[in-house]
Design a protein around this ligand. Structure first.
Ligand code: E4P
Length: 217
Protein backbone atom coordinates (compact mmCIF):
# COMPACT_ATOMS: atom_id res chain seq x y z
CA UNK A 1 0.00 0.00 0.00
CA UNK A 2 1.26 3.45 -0.91
CA UNK A 3 0.97 6.55 1.28
CA UNK A 4 -0.15 10.04 0.45
CA UNK A 5 -0.18 12.82 3.01
CA UNK A 6 -3.55 14.45 3.67
CA UNK A 7 -2.77 18.11 4.32
CA UNK A 8 -2.10 21.47 2.69
CA UNK A 9 0.53 22.34 5.29
CA UNK A 10 3.83 22.57 3.42
CA UNK A 11 5.97 22.06 6.53
CA UNK A 12 4.22 18.75 7.27
CA UNK A 13 4.52 17.79 3.60
CA UNK A 14 8.27 18.51 3.65
CA UNK A 15 8.71 16.49 6.86
CA UNK A 16 6.87 13.45 5.47
CA UNK A 17 8.61 13.75 2.09
CA UNK A 18 12.02 13.84 3.78
CA UNK A 19 11.12 10.58 5.54
CA UNK A 20 10.69 8.95 2.13
CA UNK A 21 7.30 7.45 2.99
CA UNK A 22 4.88 9.45 0.87
CA UNK A 23 4.44 9.52 -2.88
CA UNK A 24 1.50 11.93 -3.18
CA UNK A 25 -0.63 14.57 -1.47
CA UNK A 26 -4.35 15.10 -1.02
CA UNK A 27 -5.94 18.40 -0.08
CA UNK A 28 -9.53 19.47 0.34
CA UNK A 29 -11.25 22.86 0.74
CA UNK A 30 -11.16 22.63 4.55
CA UNK A 31 -7.44 21.83 4.57
CA UNK A 32 -6.68 24.72 2.17
CA UNK A 33 -8.84 27.10 4.24
CA UNK A 34 -6.99 26.01 7.41
CA UNK A 35 -3.73 27.30 5.90
CA UNK A 36 -5.37 30.63 5.00
CA UNK A 37 -3.36 30.80 1.78
CA UNK A 38 -4.24 31.26 -1.88
CA UNK A 39 -5.13 27.88 -3.49
CA UNK A 40 -2.84 28.26 -6.51
CA UNK A 41 0.09 29.49 -4.43
CA UNK A 42 -0.06 26.61 -1.95
CA UNK A 43 -0.67 23.98 -4.63
CA UNK A 44 2.31 25.22 -6.67
CA UNK A 45 4.50 25.03 -3.59
CA UNK A 46 3.31 21.47 -2.91
CA UNK A 47 4.15 20.39 -6.47
CA UNK A 48 7.69 21.66 -5.94
CA UNK A 49 8.07 19.42 -2.87
CA UNK A 50 6.46 16.11 -3.86
CA UNK A 51 6.94 14.46 -7.23
CA UNK A 52 3.72 12.48 -7.34
CA UNK A 53 -0.04 12.84 -7.62
CA UNK A 54 -1.32 16.00 -5.90
CA UNK A 55 -5.10 16.22 -5.46
CA UNK A 56 -6.55 19.72 -5.60
CA UNK A 57 -10.28 20.04 -5.21
CA UNK A 58 -12.64 22.19 -7.25
CA UNK A 59 -14.13 25.11 -5.29
CA UNK A 60 -16.58 23.98 -2.60
CA UNK A 61 -19.09 26.45 -4.02
CA UNK A 62 -18.89 25.06 -7.57
CA UNK A 63 -21.69 22.53 -7.91
CA UNK A 64 -22.40 22.35 -11.66
CA UNK A 65 -20.52 20.10 -14.08
CA UNK A 66 -19.61 22.98 -16.37
CA UNK A 67 -17.98 24.91 -13.54
CA UNK A 68 -16.16 21.82 -12.27
CA UNK A 69 -14.87 21.06 -15.77
CA UNK A 70 -13.61 24.62 -16.18
CA UNK A 71 -11.90 24.62 -12.78
CA UNK A 72 -10.64 21.07 -13.31
CA UNK A 73 -8.84 22.15 -16.47
CA UNK A 74 -7.30 25.09 -14.61
CA UNK A 75 -6.15 22.83 -11.75
CA UNK A 76 -4.69 20.30 -14.21
CA UNK A 77 -2.79 23.12 -15.95
CA UNK A 78 -0.94 24.03 -12.73
CA UNK A 79 1.37 21.00 -12.99
CA UNK A 80 1.44 17.61 -14.76
CA UNK A 81 1.13 15.85 -11.38
CA UNK A 82 -2.19 17.50 -10.56
CA UNK A 83 -5.25 15.35 -9.91
CA UNK A 84 -8.64 17.08 -9.91
CA UNK A 85 -10.67 16.21 -6.85
CA UNK A 86 -14.39 16.20 -7.53
CA UNK A 87 -17.25 15.55 -5.11
CA UNK A 88 -19.44 12.48 -5.62
CA UNK A 89 -22.56 13.99 -7.19
CA UNK A 90 -24.39 13.59 -10.50
CA UNK A 91 -22.75 16.83 -11.69
CA UNK A 92 -19.41 15.60 -10.38
CA UNK A 93 -19.69 12.38 -12.40
CA UNK A 94 -20.44 14.36 -15.55
CA UNK A 95 -17.31 16.42 -14.93
CA UNK A 96 -15.24 13.27 -14.34
CA UNK A 97 -16.41 11.83 -17.66
CA UNK A 98 -15.30 14.92 -19.58
CA UNK A 99 -12.05 15.51 -17.70
CA UNK A 100 -10.98 11.87 -17.93
CA UNK A 101 -11.70 11.86 -21.68
CA UNK A 102 -9.21 14.74 -21.91
CA UNK A 103 -6.57 12.73 -20.07
CA UNK A 104 -6.99 14.71 -16.84
CA UNK A 105 -6.67 12.61 -13.70
CA UNK A 106 -9.55 12.73 -11.22
CA UNK A 107 -10.14 11.74 -7.61
CA UNK A 108 -13.80 11.32 -6.71
CA UNK A 109 -14.16 12.32 -3.10
CA UNK A 110 -16.76 11.94 -0.35
CA UNK A 111 -17.42 8.29 -1.20
CA UNK A 112 -19.55 6.60 1.45
CA UNK A 113 -21.01 3.60 -0.42
CA UNK A 114 -19.70 0.92 -2.77
CA UNK A 115 -22.27 2.02 -5.36
CA UNK A 116 -20.82 5.53 -5.38
CA UNK A 117 -17.37 4.02 -5.96
CA UNK A 118 -18.70 1.85 -8.80
CA UNK A 119 -20.27 4.85 -10.52
CA UNK A 120 -17.11 6.91 -10.14
CA UNK A 121 -15.02 4.09 -11.62
CA UNK A 122 -17.43 3.73 -14.55
CA UNK A 123 -17.28 7.49 -15.18
CA UNK A 124 -13.51 7.15 -15.55
CA UNK A 125 -12.16 8.27 -12.17
CA UNK A 126 -8.47 7.67 -11.64
CA UNK A 127 -9.04 7.43 -7.89
CA UNK A 128 -11.96 7.04 -5.49
CA UNK A 129 -11.71 8.27 -1.91
CA UNK A 130 -13.83 6.37 0.60
CA UNK A 131 -13.89 8.27 3.93
CA UNK A 132 -13.57 5.70 6.66
CA UNK A 133 -13.18 7.95 9.70
CA UNK A 134 -16.36 9.87 8.97
CA UNK A 135 -18.29 6.59 8.73
CA UNK A 136 -16.80 5.44 12.03
CA UNK A 137 -17.96 8.78 13.47
CA UNK A 138 -21.57 7.83 12.76
CA UNK A 139 -21.17 4.30 14.08
CA UNK A 140 -20.76 2.57 10.71
CA UNK A 141 -17.59 0.52 10.17
CA UNK A 142 -15.70 2.57 7.59
CA UNK A 143 -13.15 -0.14 6.92
CA UNK A 144 -15.89 -2.44 5.60
CA UNK A 145 -16.52 0.10 2.85
CA UNK A 146 -12.85 0.04 1.83
CA UNK A 147 -12.84 -3.78 1.87
CA UNK A 148 -16.03 -4.02 -0.21
CA UNK A 149 -14.81 -1.56 -2.84
CA UNK A 150 -11.47 -3.40 -3.07
CA UNK A 151 -13.28 -6.72 -3.60
CA UNK A 152 -15.56 -5.32 -6.29
CA UNK A 153 -12.74 -3.53 -8.13
CA UNK A 154 -10.65 -6.74 -8.07
CA UNK A 155 -13.53 -8.86 -9.44
CA UNK A 156 -14.12 -6.52 -12.37
CA UNK A 157 -10.53 -5.45 -12.89
CA UNK A 158 -11.18 -1.72 -12.51
CA UNK A 159 -8.03 0.33 -12.88
CA UNK A 160 -9.44 3.02 -10.59
CA UNK A 161 -7.30 3.11 -7.46
CA UNK A 162 -8.70 3.28 -3.94
CA UNK A 163 -7.39 6.08 -1.74
CA UNK A 164 -8.53 5.30 1.80
CA UNK A 165 -9.31 8.75 3.22
CA UNK A 166 -10.40 10.22 6.53
CA UNK A 167 -7.74 8.08 8.18
CA UNK A 168 -7.56 9.13 11.81
CA UNK A 169 -5.19 6.74 13.60
CA UNK A 170 -2.52 4.04 13.06
CA UNK A 171 -5.04 1.19 13.46
CA UNK A 172 -6.97 2.62 10.51
CA UNK A 173 -3.77 2.40 8.46
CA UNK A 174 -3.15 -1.29 9.19
CA UNK A 175 -6.82 -2.01 8.55
CA UNK A 176 -6.64 -0.21 5.18
CA UNK A 177 -3.64 -2.28 4.16
CA UNK A 178 -5.47 -5.49 5.12
CA UNK A 179 -8.64 -4.35 3.36
CA UNK A 180 -6.82 -3.87 0.04
CA UNK A 181 -6.64 -0.08 -0.30
CA UNK A 182 -4.13 0.93 -2.98
CA UNK A 183 -3.24 4.09 -1.08
CA UNK A 184 -3.93 5.52 2.38
CA UNK A 185 -3.92 9.29 2.63
CA UNK A 186 -2.82 10.11 6.13
CA UNK A 187 -2.36 13.29 8.19
CA UNK A 188 1.22 13.96 9.37
CA UNK A 189 0.25 13.31 12.99
CA UNK A 190 -0.76 9.74 12.12
CA UNK A 191 2.45 9.15 10.12
CA UNK A 192 4.40 10.26 13.18
CA UNK A 193 2.32 8.03 15.48
CA UNK A 194 3.06 5.10 13.15
CA UNK A 195 6.81 5.49 13.74
CA UNK A 196 6.44 5.06 17.50
CA UNK A 197 6.58 2.15 19.91
CA UNK A 198 7.54 2.42 23.59
CA UNK A 199 9.87 -0.58 23.26
CA UNK A 200 11.70 1.16 20.41
CA UNK A 201 12.28 4.19 22.68
CA UNK A 202 13.32 1.97 25.58
CA UNK A 203 15.66 0.01 23.30
CA UNK A 204 17.36 3.17 22.06
CA UNK A 205 17.80 4.41 25.64
CA UNK A 206 19.31 1.09 26.74
CA UNK A 207 21.69 0.91 23.78
CA UNK A 208 22.83 4.46 24.55
CA UNK A 209 23.28 3.75 28.25
CA UNK A 210 25.22 0.51 27.62
CA UNK A 211 27.42 2.17 25.01
CA UNK A 212 28.16 5.22 27.15
CA UNK A 213 28.96 3.04 30.21
CA UNK A 214 31.89 1.48 28.33
CA UNK A 215 32.91 4.03 25.68
CA UNK A 216 31.67 7.32 27.15
CA UNK A 217 29.95 9.97 25.03
C1 E4P B 1 -9.57 13.06 1.83
O1 E4P B 1 -9.03 13.22 0.78
C2 E4P B 1 -9.92 14.10 2.79
O2 E4P B 1 -9.08 15.20 2.55
C3 E4P B 1 -9.71 13.71 4.23
O3 E4P B 1 -9.12 12.44 4.34
C4 E4P B 1 -10.87 13.93 5.12
O4 E4P B 1 -10.51 13.55 6.42
P1 E4P B 1 -11.39 13.98 7.69
O5 E4P B 1 -12.66 13.18 7.67
O6 E4P B 1 -10.52 13.62 8.88
O7 E4P B 1 -11.63 15.45 7.57
Amino acid sequence: MKFFIDTANVEDIKRANDMGVICGVTTNPSLIAKEGRDFNEVIKEITSIVDGPISGEVKATTVDAEGMIREGREIAAIHPNMVVKIPMTVEGLKAVKVLSSEGIKTNVTLIFTANQALLAAEAGATYVSPFLGRLDDINQPGIELVRTIAEIFAVYGYETEIIAASVRNPIHVTDCALAGADIATVPYKVIEQMTKHPLTDQGIEKFQADYKAVFGE
